[in-house]
Design a protein around this ligand. Structure first.
Ligand code: NI
Length: 177
């Protein structure tokens, strides 16, 4: 298994719609997930979508315990989510800071649905059905956006809250991405 190169914004492959997984629990799917886990861990990310390593399939992973990139964020369980569908549970949107391994060195404030239900499958084909809020809901929306070719800067409404991490947060020791 291997740490894979993460595509950066500007690469046209990040704008494509990913295809659903048709067979679960295959060697190919497990190999893809192992590479995604290795890559996310290496870069200290909160999540990663298959299109970010150039694989146009509806597979995302996410989860944080205490991540130095998100010191104030609630913990999110380590999750493999395949063929997801998202349903907003309320119309309210919430602003919050986001970063992305495909947009290294930058942060922006992005509006997201505050309460969300997500459904899909794990790598074995077991169904997942969760209703979440807060940072968990934000991470899911961010990762699943990658499956429809949307990067977080495309969701920003106020570009005065978008910039380089080192300039926005000069007192924080954020060394990666
Ligand atoms: Ni991202």
């Amino acid at each position: 298994m291997a740490v894979r190169q993460v595509l950066r914004m500007g690469d046209r492959r990040l704008l494509e719609r990913a295809k659903p997984i048709e067979k679960f629990d295959t060697p190919e799917l497990h190999a893809l997930l192992a590479d995604m886990q290795d890559t996310m861990a290496d870069l200290d990310g909160a999540g990663l979508a298959a299109p970010q390593i150039g694989v146009g399939l509806q597979v995302v992973i996410f989860g944080i315990e205490q991540n130095p990139r998100y010191p104030d964020a609630d913990a999110v369980p380590q999750t493999v989510l395949i063929n997801p569908t998202l349903t907003a549970l309320a119309p309210e949107m919430e602003d919050g800071w986001e970063g992305c391994l495909s947009v290294p060195g930058m942060r922006g404030v992005v509006p997201r649905f505050a309460k969300l239900r997500y459904q899909g499958f794990d790598q074995y084909g077991n169904p997942i059905d969760r209703s979440v809020d807060g940072f968990h809901a934000r991470v899911v929306q961010h990762e699943c956006d990658h499956l429809i070719g949307v990067l977080y800067p495309m969701r920003i409404r106020d570009f005065s809250s978008f910039g380089f991490t080192e300039e926005l947060f000069p007192d924080e020791d954020i060394t990666d991405d």
